[in-house]
Design a binder for this molecule. Structure first.
Ligand code: GLP
Length: 241
């Protein structure tokens, strides 16, 4: 695992954007795995800026998002579909055909998950996967206890995740209890991975994920086994390393 500690928020976003930009320059038809949450918002803002300056081009890029809430319509401001269009897709020249986000609105989630896996394979696999981390160590929505062999599936959200994400909803009762998420195996199959961790409240889980034992109880610890995983932290998140 390569560890990078950024001096401040600006550097944190810039380093992540440099990695994505380099990937797109090396391979203009890259397949990107994308994450939601507050952590990568600055990265997406940087990518939009670079696109506007003509430094990067998304015309041949394919994307696969990590996850989506079950049951939220795409038009719901807290759906990850809405998030991705707001922060990135509506602002760059990506072909809508090349955007993939699990569909949380379909009734047959098992079929949706199977097709999602198939689509990733058909695209040639993910070249660069961006990840955030939950306070309980989850990646995507793979909660503690998820087997490392898991593929895309319907997940029951942890109470801690429901509580953490309730800050975005009017009340905790509105937070969906389930989500479709790429599996841990799906994530580990990406050729390169960048895990972004920011903030004091993530320091403890960052230390566990990076230095602790590799265990399904801390899903992000599996990244210690990946040959090309980078963990990008700000100084607060790195304070217990
Ligand atoms: C959600 C997402 C994760 C994300 C996590 C952390 O639960 N499913 O992919 O990493 O939140 O979010 P934040 O970056 O807001 O702390």
């Amino acid at each position: 695992m390569k560890i990078i500690i950024a001096k401040n928020k600006e550097e944190f976003d810039r380093i992540a954007a440099d990695m994505v930009s380099q990937q797109l320059k090396d391979k203009p038809d890259s397949v990107l795995g994308l994450a939601t949450g507050s952590t990568p918002i600055g990265l997406y803002a940087q990518l939009v800026e670079r696109y506007k300056k003509g430094e990067i081009d998304f015309s041949k890029v394919k994307t696969f998002n990590l996850d989506e809430y079950k049951g939220l319509p795409k038009t719901h401001p807290q759906s990850y579909y809405f998030f991705m269009f707001k922060h990135l897709f509506s602002k760059v020249n990506i072909d809508p055909e090349n955007i993939h986000i699990p569909n949380g609105e379909v009734e047959d989630s098992a079929k949706e998950c199977e097709e999602y896996e198939k689509n990733i394979k058909e695209a040639g696999g993910i070249d660069l996967q961006i990840l955030g981390i939950g306070h309980n160590g989850h990646i995507g929505f793979n909660e503690p206890g998820t087997p490392f062999e898991s593929t895309t599936s319907l997940i029951d959200l942890d109470q801690r995740t429901i509580e953490a994400n309730s800050r975005f909803f009017d009340s905790i009762n509105e937070v969906p209890r389930q989500a479709i998420s790429m599996g841990i195996k799906t994530i580990m199959q990406a050729r390169k991975i960048v895990l972004m961790i920011s903030g004091k409240d993530k320091a403890e889980i960052a230390a566990k994920a990076i230095k602790g034992p590799v265990t399904t109880q801390v899903p992000a610890s599996v990244l210690q086994l990946h040959p090309f995983a980078t963990v990008l932290l700000d100084q607060e998140a790195a304070s217990l390393l």
